[in-house]
Design a protein around this ligand. Structure first.
Ligand code: PEP
Length: 253
């Protein structure tokens, strides 16, 4: 039985004061006795160190939204995996569709980032998912297949077990249009099967596959009650403590 993991991707939202307020509200409302659901918050870089101090001795874990694969050097504006570790991150979101589309990140670059994150002891939240055009052409399975193959190239079974997969259909991100529980389950089941062909059934059974794309309190329970949906990667709805807490609560049922 896999525990559920709910992660909040704050994106480019919340300055330091706003971050402190949001974390305080989440902490206040979180039922710490509910250890069945793991909670991760992913604030912007500028709030990570403060967030880390604020969540110390709580069940909340810290993640970053991006990183570069090199260890250090002349890469203006970039942040390395060890820098993220040094401020208390345990997770890092990689391959998010906004990184792929707005910043042109390729599967090959994402693969390098995943390897570098694991080498530094971070757990990647590896995002995959098809665009609307690809879905309408009947290519959803093919696309996630390619993203898995290229994103995980050269990653061993032991390394793979550090990874969380987030299936995020691009057409559902920030659009208010979520995949139906059945549509999401169909792809999640396919992803688990694919993982099983690469890393074996034991790894596939253990893999956390989150759903992301307009998850909100109104749809989170139905989505997360699907057999192969092991939690959620939440964007917009994680920016208000109440809705994020409601989603966490629905993962615990
Ligand atoms: C995301 O950015 O990962 C996401 C799923 O966003 P939203 O929940 O706003 O669709």
């Amino acid at each position: 039985m896999r525990n559920k993991i709910v992660a909040g991707n704050w994106k480019m939202n919340n300055d330091l004061n706003e971050s402190i307020n949001l974390i305080s509200a989440i902490k206040k409302g979180l039922d710490e006795k509910n250890s069945k659901v793991e909670v991760i918050i992913c604030p912007p870089f500028t709030s990570l160190e403060t967030a880390s101090a604020l969540i110390k001795n709580t069940a909340i874990k810290l993640g970053a939204q991006n990183m570069y694969f090199e260890k250090n050097g002349a890469f203006t504006g970039e942040i390395s995996a060890s820098m993220l570790k040094s401020v208390g991150c345990q997770y890092v979101i990689l391959g998010h569709s906004e990184r792929r589309t707005i910043f042109g990140e390729s599967d090959e670059l994402i693969n390098k980032k995943i390897k570098s994150a694991i080498l530094s002891g971070l757990n990647p939240i590896f995002c995959i998912g098809e665009t609307l055009q690809q879905r309408e052409k009947g290519e959803a399975f093919k696309i996630v297949d390619q993203q898995i193959k290229k994103g995980l190239a050269g990653i061993t079974k032991e390394e793979f077990e550090k990874i969380i997969i987030a299936y995020e259909p691009v057409w559902a991100i920030g659009t208010g249009k979520n995949a139906t529980p059945e549509q999401a389950q169909e792809i999640h089941q396919y992803i688990r099967k694919k993982i099983s062909t690469i890393y074996g059934e034991d790894s596939a059974e253990k893999t956390i596959i989150q759903y992301g794309g307009s998850v909100k309190p109104e749809n989170s329970f139905q989505l997360m009650s699907q057999q192969d949906i092991d939690g959620a990667l939440v964007g917009g709805a994680c920016l208000k403590a109440d809705s994020f807490l409601n989603i966490i609560q629905s993962a615990a049922i």
